[in-house]
Design a protein around this ligand. Structure first.
Ligand code: DP6
Length: 334
């Protein structure tokens, strides 16, 4: 047993969204999803194996650089996964966990995919074990954050659904080097979203548009996969934007409804349509939140940032792009 390990794992942005959970015990989705792994938005997590009698402890790195005990809500989310990983390891141990995000926690960016991927792999590494990417994806998925199953891989990633054992884990469609796409994030909401993804997944099937979307997805999956493999931006753009709008259509028509958008979201979407008319290669996608991820080619990045950065509701821009999967590093947190 190594005893202590640190892993940096990336966030990801979905082109085809996981929205609706078929099986909560196993965290299995109603539909397949496809995402791009990010480069800059990452979580760094250090796990130290300690004596069972010490109990688990979770710390967050503050802006000032010191470690502070995590909030109760944060610990409540992490603890069941530590328990699961302890069961998987089959050892009577406790974990001392310290974690930090490269992106501001308050920026309303999803951090659970990178967070649970980093935590899972740091525990595995601290135990001195080695797992395949398939097993890492399964373990990360079981955290309850399904999108974490995609964050254990770099580049362009697919998580299948309803395909027997294949749906248990994500697989890589293409490595990061295949296509240099960028993601400029327009931050509109500083605080965390009011309704969690979990709540959204639970309510999704109550929308009258849930079933119609399921019927559209096989074709969308085909188009997005092909567009990635052929680096066809215009084919990708149209479907990615349709998909994002459908997720929010379903959220807004769920019982009770969920409104993630802010007025600024519509401003940004209008700016993107304008840019596209001018020939700029860009499309929008939004997760369960108000922030808009603007997927674009490297040549379009400056035009996108200039236009959207000038919108008063946009508090900041995060420049990101396709990246590699998780990596083990030597710089421990605490
Ligand atoms: C809208 O259940 O993985 O981002 O708890 O926020 O990690 P978190 O969410 P999870 O659902 C992700 C929902 C989504 C779409 C997607 O990433 O596929």
């Amino acid at each position: 047993m190594i005893g202590k390990a640190t892993v940096v794992a990336p966030a990801n942005i979905a082109f085809i969204k996981y929205w609706g959970t078929r099986d909560w015990n196993q965290t299995l989705p109603f539909n397949p999803s496809v995402s791009m792994t990010l480069r800059e938005c990452v979580t760094r997590t250090t796990v130290e194996i300690v004596d069972r009698t010490e109990g688990d402890a979770v710390f967050l790195r503050t802006k000032e650089g010191s470690l502070a005990p995590a909030t109760e809500a944060f610990t409540r989310r992490v603890e069941p996964h530590l328990e699961r990983l302890r069961g998987w390891a089959g050892e009577e141990i406790s974990f001392r966990v310290a974690t930090e995000n490269s992106f501001p926690m308050g920026a309303g960016m999803a951090s659970s995919a990178s967070g649970f991927a980093a935590l899972t792999l740091a525990v595995v590494t601290a135990l001195g074990r080695q797992v395949s990417s398939e097993e890492a994806s399964v373990l990360a998925r079981l955290s309850g954050s399904g999108s974490a199953s995609r964050s254990v891989l770099g580049g362009y990633v697919k998580w299948p659904a309803g395909e027997g054992p294949e749906e248990e884990h994500a697989t890589q469609l293409a490595p990061a080097e295949h296509w240099d796409l960028r993601d400029v994030v327009a931050v509109l909401q500083e605080q965390a979203k009011e309704v969690s993804s979990r709540e959204g997944h639970e309510r999704a099937p109550s929308s009258p548009y849930f079933e119609p979307r399921q019927k559209l997805l096989p074709r969308r999956l085909e188009i997005v996969t092909q567009a990635i493999l052929e680096r066809d931006f215009s084919a990708l753009a149209q479907t990615v934007e349709e998909e994002a709008i459908d997720l929010h259509l379903i959220a807004m028509s769920s019982h009770p409804p969920i409104f993630y958008w802010r007025p600024g979201t519509l401003e940004v979407l209008a700016a993107i349509r304008r840019l596209r008319q001018e020939g700029v290669e860009v499309c929008a996608t939004m997760d369960a939140g108000a922030n808009v991820h603007m997927i674009c080619t490297p040549e379009s990045e400056t035009a996108v940032a200039d236009e959207v950065g000038a919108i008063p509701e946009v508090s900041s821009l995060i420049h990101d792009g396709v990246g590699q999967g998780p990596r083990i590093v030597d710089e421990h947190l605490g």
